[in-house]
Design a protein around this ligand. Structure first.
Ligand SMILES: [Zn+2]
Length: 233
């Protein structure tokens, strides 16, 4: 006798295997990942961006302030520059000297601007590796496989048949329903409605051999989830 459980979704015999359960599992994983990771990833991203930006800006400021310093040192070294400044650009000097000085100043300003543009470009082009660096500082840690919290999650210690899947553990409250309401045939199917994703609980992967513990039910099309939906009585 084949004791393999029927498909939890469509109730077809275990052989040949239908794709329902693995499809539902993929959906469930995706949704769980979203619930668990979305806000954390957003937080990490903000952190990485703000530190990368600050690092780039700091580097750019250092480059340009050195450049501006060299620029003003150079200007001060030009003949007639101090008298030029003293007379606000109209110094009583020979027009030839004045024209030469103005050309030197103008060229120095253009050179400074080119340098600043180059500094900025070089800084901004470093973003990919700077982002890599700050992302590399973020630590992701998986718990030890032997951790009691991993081996024995604080619910369904004897399998789901004993007390059902405690909805309140994941922030859903509810009261008990009869098992028959769990049958797919009794489930209202309203396709085409907007899926309330957080209400879609789906099965976990099926195993061959010993019947698996009852798993969270499927909600085709995302119909409203009765509280305590898969609580056995
Ligand atoms: Zn199936």
């Amino acid at each position: 006798m084949d004791t393999s459980p029927n498909c939890a979704i469509c109730n077809a015999p275990a052989n040949p295997e239908c794709p329902c359960e693995s499809e539902r599992l993929q959906i469930a994983v995706k949704q769980a990942e979203q619930r668990a990771m979305e806000s954390r990833l957003a937080e990490i991203k903000d952190w990485v961006i703000s530190h990368a930006r600050q690092h780039i800006l700091n580097g750019f400021e250092r480059l340009t302030s050195a450049r501006k310093q060299a620029h003003s040192t150079y200007l001060s070294s030009l003949p007639f520059y101090s008298v030029y400044m003293q007379y606000s650009g109209h110094p009583p000097i020979h027009p030839t000297h004045l024209a030469q000085l103005q050309a030197q100043i103008s060229e120095a300003h253009a050179e400074l601007k080119r340098g600043i543009d180059a500094d900025w470009r070089a800084s901004v082009l470093r973003y990919p590796e700077v982002l890599d660096y700050f992302y590399s500082l973020v630590e992701l840690r998986l718990p030890n496989d032997r951790s009691p919290r991993v081996i024995e999650p604080p619910f369904a210690a004897a399998g789901y048949a004993d007390r059902g899947y405690d909805h309140s553990r994941i922030g859903k409250e509810g009261k008990k329903k009869k098992r028959r309401e769990r049958e797919p045939s009794a489930a209202p199917i309203e396709r085409g409605r907007g899926n309330r994703e957080e209400h879609m609980y789906t099965v976990v992967g099926r195993t061959r051999g010993p019947p698996p513990v009852p798993t969270p039910p499927i909600q085709p099309g995302g119909y409203p989830h009765p509280p305590g939906f898969y609580r056995y009585q």
